[in-house]
Design a protein around this ligand. Structure first.
Ligand SMILES: [Zn+2]
Length: 419
């Protein structure tokens, strides 16, 4: 009996002992856990950055990538802060704005490259691109007035622009004053009116849904140039009528392809109307119904820009003009941000005080032996007055002598003395 009692007692003690040990282990484990937590929080605190001043742009990019922070970068010249280093930063929610140094002002380079962001910008007007070599008209013209051009001449035009130091920008970016062209180069804009089939002729739609374009169509030529000169920034705006791309079977596919591949689509009215020959109601239909067509196929992806058919009206004072810009059709309002005329020469810089987006001039892309504002004549005229970029879309750089032509702007302006 007593033996059993002793056994019972020691079993009880053993159980208490075990419970004690378990308790101690748990107690310490908890402690250890808390410690680990503390360490990780501290580590994160060290990694969290709120002021990026003095950091290199690459380091900031790495950091925002790891933190999934949205980064907005602007640039400025700064004598005291080395190139590519952050001058100032502002972190708000999950958005980081930084200003990065470009180093000291390269005034000598501006002078040498003749940088002039108040210079003129050519907006080229094309219509049909025709696959023929047997044209009987001047140069690359396919008709008497040179509205249509051979595909071979069009290819050469693009090489000519490239060699002359022009790089393509979107018409919409020009309208918005966003000119992103490398230092020393000049912007050029391409437009096509009428939605001719030969602008984007589809020869085949593959099983995977991809389109094959006629290599001699405008898109065919542009895509070849894109491959040959990746730094050309190939783009163009196509102005469509009610028949869209004039290929019933592929209209929607082509329009989607265009906006997904760096091109833009704009408004050339439903029936290629002459605005001076119709009333206000018809004007609103011609403009509003075409916008609605574009909206139904490429919602929100088209530009709110009109190329005026026949370049008409010639004057903005025409009574229909306000309804080309603003109106309502079948209960839907529209607003046009820019209107294109049939001009003859290059337009002013978007930073010029005379810049008027609602009535922009275009150059007819045709040949006339260097006369009557043909391509050759226009690019000769541009030699001494073209827009030459400082390579920075956030800064307007101009020779001091041109300062009086500058309009109001939110961008930083840099001027330099010419010789
Ligand atoms: Zn037209």
């Amino acid at each position: 009996m007593s033996k059993v009692k002793v056994k019972k007692k020691s079993v009880g003690l053993l159980i208490i002992l075990i419970l004690l040990i378990i308790g101690i282990i748990f107690y310490f484990k908890k402690d250890i856990k808390v410690d680990l937590k503390d360490i990780t929080t501290k580590k994160e605190e060290i990694k969290e950055i709120s002021d990026f001043k003095g950091m290199k742009l690459d380091e900031v990019k790495e950091y925002v990538d790891s933190k999934k922070i949205e980064l907005n970068t602007s640039y400025d010249y700064d004598d005291s802060i080395p190139k590519d280093e952050v001058i100032e930063s502002n972190l708000n929610d999950n958005k980081l704005d930084i200003k990065v140094s470009l180093g000291s002002l390269p005034l000598d380079t501006f002078k040498e490259k003749k940088v002039n962001e108040l210079g003129n910008v050519p907006i080229m007007m094309y219509h049909g691109i025709v696959n023929t070599t047997t044209n009987k008209y001047t140069g690359g013209n396919v008709d008497k007035d040179g509205y249509n051009r051979t595909s071979g001449a069009f290819y050469k035009d693009l090489e000519f622009y490239y060699e002359k130091g022009y790089r393509m920008i979107r018409l919409q970016d020009y309208v918005d004053g966003k000119i992103n062209v490398e230092l020393g180069y000049s912007p050029i804009i391409l437009t096509f009116d009428d939605g001719n089939e030969n602008n984007f002729k589809v020869i085949k739609k593959n099983e995977d849904g991809s389109l094959e374009f006629d290599p001699e169509s405008a898109i065919g030529v542009l895509e070849r140039i894109k491959k040959k000169y990746p730094d050309m920034g190939v783009t163009a705006t196509f102005f469509l009528n009610g028949a869209l791309c004039n290929q019933k079977e592929y209209n929607e596919d082509i329009m989607k392809w265009l906006v997904d591949n760096g091109y833009d689509v704009g408004n050339h009215t439903i029936s290629h109307v002459d605005f001076t020959k119709v009333g206000i109601e018809k004007t609103k239909y011609e403009v509003g119904a075409l916008y609605q067509k574009l909206e139904s196929i490429i919602p929100g992806k088209y530009v709110k820009i009109i190329a005026l058919p026949f370049g008409s009206p010639y004057k903005k004072s025409h009574s229909n003009y306000p309804y080309i810009i603003d109106g309502e059709y079948e209960g839907v309002t529209y607003h046009t941000v820019a209107g294109l005329r049939v001009g003859w020469e290059a337009e002013v810089s978007p930073f010029n005080k005379d810049f008027d987006t609602s009535f922009l001039k275009r150059i007819r892309a045709y040949d006339n032996n260097g006369k009557e504002f043909d391509i050759e004549m226009n690019f000769k005229l541009l030699e001494n007055k073209k827009f030459i970029s400082d390579g920075n879309k956030d800064i307007i750089t101009i020779p001091k002598s041109k300062e009086n032509k500058l309009g109001t702007t939110n961008l930083k302006v840099v001027t330099y003395e010419e010789d």
